[in-house]
Design a protein around this ligand. Structure first.
Ligand SMILES: Nc1nc2c(ncn2[C@@H]2O[C@H](COP(=O)(O)OP(=O)(O)OP(=O)(O)O)[C@@H](O)[C@H]2O)c(=O)[nH]1
Length: 315
């Protein structure tokens, strides 16, 4: 029977490390998979050759690598790394810009302190890093596309204001039903728009829509919301406003709309009607319960002769 000579644990460990650090085939394999190992010993450290491979520069050194991190990322990376060195964390994961062959590249590094000295000092550390510059560029493009799409979905493309989908999906942005957040909801509809369309053609009607929206916008404050509900009907929300503010705004809006000029026809003026409700919504009420009340008041305004505001304080 073959006799197996057992090496003492430390000697075995040393042998494994020697292979890891000195065997050129292992070094090449580690370089290919972007892995490097750092062995800390009492008076210094040694690093697998694959480390130089990552950085792409021979002068690269484990003590000074932090100096090659982009100045804007350096303090963050240093403190993340220090947590590992000081033993607060064993795992290091970071994304930062790193100087490689004269240019900053984005690097993702994941590393682990796999053994420590008895006083929690670093002993053996293994890490893998990857150039993610292109990946980040694509990720950023994708995020921009997604943000743009999200904007398109909630905007009326023709009038460049919010649309009904915004009202349906973003209610939490402007409507609170905690019983102590006042809100005014208005529904505005252009008067006799069918007739305007007939006189001016559909294209002319479109120009009126744009001019009316422009007029409404001149009156709005920073928090006020204007959304196209559909056709020539618009919803306005004045979050955290008083009834007086909302009513005053509604009057200003009707005034501004009445000043919209239509070059082709002199015998018609533009006007709009508004239904307005104000209250402190409570649980069980949502934006649409306010909207429906305002819409009913709008119908009343139309019945009573148009170009006016009908309003109500909700209990
Ligand atoms: N030009 C144009 N017309 C539209 C658009 N969307 C809807 N309309 C038209 O707008 C008109 C809306 O008419 P209504 O609001 O129902 O009726 P109205 O004539 O305004 O009457 P009152 O509201 O009672 O004053 C319809 O003729 C629609 O075809 C649009 O984007 N552009």
């Amino acid at each position: 029977m073959k006799k197996i000579t057992k090496l003492p644990v430390d000697a075995r460990k040393q042998k494994i490390l020697d292979v890891l650090f000195e065997d050129p085939v292992i070094a090449q394999a580690l370089t290919q998979i972007n892995v490097f190992v750092i062995d800390h010993y009492p008076d210094g450290m040694r690093i697998t050759n694959s480390f130089k491979g990552q950085a792409g520069q021979s002068s690269h050194d484990a003590f000074t690598w932090i100096e090659l991190v982009h100045p804007e990322d350096r303090a963050r990376v240093r403190s993340e790394w220090e947590r590992v060195v000081l033993g607060h964390e064993d795992f290091f994961e970071s994304e930062y810009r790193y100087m490689i062959r004269g240019e900053y590249r984005w690097i993702l590094i994941k590393g682990s302190m796999i053994s420590r000295t008895s006083d929690r000092g670093p002993e053996l550390y293994i890490a893998v890093d990857r150039d993610i510059t292109e990946e980040r560029r694509l990720r950023q493009l994708l995020e921009e596309e997604r943000a743009l799409l999200a904007q398109l979905v909630i905007r009326d493309e023709f009038l460049n204001i919010l649309n009904r989908r915004y009202l349906e999906t973003k209610q939490s942005h402007f409507f609170r039903n905690d019983g102590q957040t006042p809100v005014a909801v208005l529904v505005l509809d252009i008067d006799n728009f069918k007739q305007l369309n007939t006189r001016l053609t559909h294209h002319g009607g479109d120009m009126v829509l744009q001019a009316v929206v422009g007029a409404i916008q001149t009156c709005l404050g920073r928090l006020d919301i204007l959304a196209r509900y559909g056709g020539d009907e618009f919803a306005l929300v004045f979050p955290q406003s008083s009834f007086e503010y909302a009513h005053d705004m509604a009057e200003q809006i009707l005034g501004a709309v009445s000043k919209v000029e239509i070059p082709k026809i002199s015998d018609m003026t533009i006007s709009a009607s508004i239904g307005l409700v104000h209250g402190n919504p409570v649980e069980g009420q949502d934006f649409w319960s306010y909207f429906e009340e305002a819409d009913e008041l709008l119908l009343l305004a139309k019945k009573l002769g148009k170009a006016q505001i009908q309003s109500k304080l909700l209990p």
